[in-house]
Design a protein around this ligand. Sequence first.
Ligand code: 3H9
Length: 692
Amino acid sequence: MSAEYQVKGNIAVITLNNPPVNGLGHASRAAVVEGMQQALQDEAITAIVITGAGKAFSGGADIKEFNSTKAFAEPSLQTVINVIENASKPVIAAIHSVCMGGGLELALACHYRVATAGAQIALPEVKLGILPGAGGTQRLPRVLGLEMALNMIVSGTPVVSEKLAKTGLFNQMLEGDLMQGAIDFANTVAATRPLPRVRDIKIDYPNHEAFLQFSRNTVGAMAGPFPAPLKCVEAVAAAVTMKFDDGIQLERQLFLELVQSTESKALRHAFFGERAAGKIPDVPEDTPLRPIKSVAVIGAGTMGGGIAMNFANAGIPVQILEMKQEALDKGLATIRKNYENTLKKGKLTQEKFEQRLALITGTMSYQDIAQADLVIEAVFEEMGVKQQVFKKLDEVMKPGAIMASNTSTLDVDMIASFTQRPQDVIGMHFFSPANVMKLLEIVRGKATAKDVLATVMALSKKIKKTGVVSGVCDGFIGNRMIEQYSRQAGFLLEEGCTPEQVDKAVEKLGFAMGPFRMGDLAGNDIGWAIRKRRYIDKPLVTYSKTADLLCELGRYGQKTGAGWYDYKPGDRKAYPSQVVNDMIVQHSADLGIARRNISDQEITERLIFSLVNEGAHILEEGIAMRASDIDMVYLSGYGFPLHRGGPMFYADTLGLPNVIMAMDKYAKGRHGDAWKVAALLAKLAKEGKTFN
Ligand code: 3H9
């Protein structure tokens, strides 16, 4: 049953029951209408309470239905709302826990609303690239006022119910048992007529046009590539400028436009992708977890320090181990400085600042960290160094401690083999800056125990990361793909581009940063070291030597004040570099390449399709469990534009046969070997299917 009908004295109670969050899917909507009809026909019933079972009143419309006709099948949410609002008996929404989207819209159609404290109230549709499509933009301003409602609708941010206690949204805040309180309230209003309807409230906002214009300007400036925020303003404006029914009609029309937009599809893909990433088919959800009450990090460098901050932020004590006092002091001082900056910006209270710093301690003794539940190694990216560290960890760590490596490319199985307990070894690949970036690649070795994997997945949630599982291969999901992207970026320089032209083309597509600005930020020497190792193993793989030449000039990036671009002291702005551009032109001449004009389309296709093709190989080999995992890696770790949904989703939207057609064209150019179409990509295109 997706909604239950009960009678308590003279009160009918309709309880939404569609776990996990009582999404208003087709069956739930039909059940509410049925319950309403039953209650209205029963003469003994004097009022109707609507509530939700389990952990939500309702999380809103069932987003899964949006890609099918089910979302609009009758009874639609609009129909349910009309049945409730036009009912001849009082209908009371009894709200708790979560009341969002269509759930809040349903509550707004009720004649009365009662709530417990702590309920999350939101119209979060904008985060899915849509707007409230069942009256929310028209009714919320009528109970909260124009400004507050607009803020909530444009931001999608939840507000706790007690903060709204004094607004027209709630008739009563309840303490104690919600159901008893709601029934008592229902009995007090059972005879009230006429029944109050939110739609009949007049919004009083003198000079609303000035406010709306201000909102259009500010929202427009922040909306970026997303159409939804401005459409939200347009719909809310209708609540003051149009008759209620006309406003509803406009809202409907805007909703239907947005729900079909690629931007919204991409955001919905990301919503489900993030949740799917947490599911590992052969690891049951109830796998017992190892308790993680303390953590140790080996290495106080930029990475180690950033990693440690994640745990302190989550209230978990963390020790940092270094070999030299000086390095340890420097690392701890950097952490302090980072927190001080956050404190200065007002994003941290003094109390939290002190708490977090107190949770981070330093040591130079392995014995001191022996009792940690989890240890993460973040030392130099070299197998010999990792070997020493893991041998030592194996000697000292208590039985059952999880031993993780933050390696970004190395073989986690080999690292595990340095210990007598490979089942306790796992990869935890953080992205720099580790205290900021959302992505955590969780590398499952062939011996990694299921409970170790489950524990690290749960921990990633606790430290607010998007955890994505990868199998073992050189570079895992993200860096293995980026290698192909970087190769293309290098070839483009040899063939006629400047770093600036490549970066601009990619940034125009929506990337946070193009490959060369990114290289300067991360440090070009890191890629250099990786290439030296990689191409010894794979001498036949071609790549542009331009990046090596850059490093030979000592231009490692922002940290050396020069990289692909020039930098001024204390300024992160990238200035095109004559030295670099001359070097690139000279390198082309040395290779005998006649430089040519290259279009932005060629640049972006070569970069993105090289990601897609490698992503297809990664899927074929089972390194990633699903295409959406690859998209999550790129959305949360590589600045891939959110409105394009990740590389695999983007390829789906372009059409896989079109991707292959472009790849075939580039295969006829230089380094055609890079464009061999992955078998999975070819197969899906042939069958008319998509990755996602
Ligand atoms: C809308 O209402 C449109 C209307 O205006 C107009 C219509 C005409 N649908 O996040 P969690 C699933 S648009 C389907 O991990 P939490 C989710 O996929 C909707 N499924 O839990 C996951 O499934 P699984 C507006 C949904 O406790 C499970 O619930 N509403 C929906 O951390 C648990 O999710 C929103 O945008 C849904 N609406 O957070 C609310 N919501 O276990 C979006 C959740 O299979 N949802 N699921 O992976 C949220 O913000 C959070 O999920 C919520 C719970 C706060 C509710």
